[in-house]
Design a protein around this ligand. Structure first.
Ligand code: AP5
Length: 193
């Protein structure tokens, strides 16, 4: 069992690579973004509360996302390990995750940073929005130029300090996220061994 964090800006490919790991290694994807979107869809009080914040591209409170992760970790289960996708995103979340894992007798094995430049991130996110609309669906409410600017700012200001945080702990590996999805997956497999 291995537990990993996929760290990177919006559009870096965290969700895409997490899905591959779920399929190939029987791991469990813990995406706080997906959990929050599910809460919105089912119209829970928390879901309604975070809707505006998410649509603007800002981060929801540490308390909410830490609570979501705690619930999932405590549920346990038989699997190949957890993939933290989009969590942690602040230093407070990283500290909380460390404490939670210790409390549950688990450890983090790898933190994998997916490195992608802004130009490609914007292309991917706006491309995903255009594809959704072309297929007759709706784009994600935060997949637009205005919200994406805020998401990127939140990443650089609040999340990117985690690169130094995990580097200092000796847990960080950086992977080039610009290759094809299979090339990136192969690099990640190289890190995981
Ligand atoms: P979240 O859902 O986590 O979104 P995000 O990190 O902003 O970005 P994405 O999920 O869009 O990107 P990704 O890196 O997963 O890329 P993907 O694989 O999808 O968060 C949404 C919001 O929820 C936040 O803004 C915040 O409000 C809130 N939130 C969530 N977690 C939180 C937390 N911990 N604390 C506080 N607030 C939180 O790929 C993107 C596109 O690129 C796809 O179309 C894909 O097909 C394509 N693509 C992927 N890889 C490649 C490749 N190698 N080559 C070409 N295309 C590729």
């Amino acid at each position: 069992m291995i537990n990993i964090i996929l760290l990177g800006p919006p559009g870096a490919g965290k969700g895409t690579q997490a899905q591959k790991l779920v399929d190939e290694r029987n791991m469990v994807q813990l995406s706080t973004g997906d959990m929050l979107r599910a809460a919105r869809t089912s119209g829970t009080e928390m879901g309604n509360m975070v809707a505006g914040v998410m649509d603007r591209g800002e981060l929801v409170t540490d308390e909410i996302v830490i609570g979501l992760i705690r619930e999932q970790l405590e549920a346990g289960g038989d699997h190949g390990g957890f993939i933290f996708d989009g969590f942690p995103r602040t230093l407070a979340q990283a500290d909380a995750l460390g404490a939670l894992m210790a409390e549950l007798g688990q450890k983090l094995d790898h933190v994998i940073e997916l490195a992608v430049n802004d130009e490609v991130l914007v292309e991917r996110i706006l491309g995903r929005a255009a594809d959704a609309v072309a297929a007759g669906g709706e784009a994600r409410a935060d997949d637009n130029e205005e919200s994406l600017k805020v998401r990127l700012m939140a990443y650089y200001k609040q999340t990117s300090p985690l690169i130094g945080y995990y580097h200092a702990k000796g847990d960080l590996s950086s992977v080039d996220g610009l290759g094809t999805m299979d090339e990136v997956a192969a690099e990640i497999a190289g890190v995981l061994g």
